[in-house]
Design a protein around this ligand. Structure first.
Ligand SMILES: Nc1ncnc2c1ncn2[C@@H]1O[C@H](COP(=O)(O)OP(=O)(O)O)[C@@H](O)[C@H]1O
Ligand SMILES: [Mg+2]
Length: 229
């Protein structure tokens, strides 16, 4: 049996480096990172602003333009190296098996679309659900992330929601297809302290219910102390 299966390791990074090309020269943003994420684990990545946390997340998700980025190492998921995947292969993994919660809860949502339609997009892409099943799943997800009146919120636009509610919606989108891994990039940074605590509770609840592995990116040691394994 491979190590990945044996130890419940979901994701393994071996010697991952990412550099950006600027004026014809490559500069390292991430250098030689090794880590593993297990099932049911919250792994925190901590560091000051600008140290390369988001770049590491987008490297795992395969979101870099190869023309201006050089990536080396291995990102092993289910025993296969995501760095070798083409766009089609990555699209099957992203959103379905690995969900990402982006840093900025406002810009991650489309201002012109109702919440329900934004959550349905990922279900449209990755599932064969009927319209009724999709609607029910949207309501279930909004409930799971702690939205008090899911039917009402489903019908609203992002600008009608508070920052905390928007972040809950972002999380609902990230977990819509029950991913094995959730990458949360500073999920609480833009929120005030009481809302931060609620959002961390939501993440812990999801980890317990879905048995996901979570990579929690933050520059806040208080968040780490409270949340990380
Ligand atoms: N697309 C890019 N092109 C060039 N430099 C970038 C790009 N994205 C990030 N950087 C640089 O890489 C470094 C790491 O950025 P980032 O990963 O966003 O840090 P963090 O998330 O830890 O605050 C920073 O110096 C940033 O300016
Ligand atoms: Mg960042």
């Amino acid at each position: 049996m491979s190590r990945l299966v044996e130890d419940n390791v979901l994701l393994e990074l071996n010697d991952v480096s990412t550099s950006f090309k600027i004026s014809g020269q490559y500069y390292d943003a991430v250098s030689h990172v090794n880590l593993e994420v297990k099932k049911d684990e919250i792994l925190a990545i901590v560091g000051e602003s600008g140290c390369g946390k988001s770049t590491l997340a987008t490297t795992i998700m395969g979101l870099h333009n190869p023309d201006v980025t050089h990536i080396s190492g291995q990102v092993l998921f289910e025993g296969r190296d995501l760095l070798q995947f083409d766009e089609k292969g990555l699209n099957e993994v992203r959103g379905a098996k690995i969900g990402m919660i982006f840093q900025d809860p406002l810009s991650a949502l489309n201002p012109l679309k109702r919440i329900e339609d934004q959550i349905k997009e990922v279900l449209d892409y990755h599932t064969e659900m009927t319209a009724k099943e999709k609607h029910d799943r949207v309501i279930e997800l909004l409930d799971q992330v702690g939205i008090v009146n899911p039917e009402r919120t489903a019908n609203q636009f992002p600008h009608e929601l508070s920052g905390g509610m928007r972040q809950r919606v972002i999380i609902a989108i990230a977990i819509a297809c029950k991913p094995d891994i959730i990458i949360a990039d500073e999920p609480t940074t833009a929120l005030d302290v009481t809302i931060q605590a609620q959002i961390l509770d939501v993440l812990r609840g999801i980890q317990r219910e879905n048995h996901a592995g979570i990579i929690l990116i933050t520059h806040d040691l208080g968040v780490v102390a409270e949340t990380a394994d």
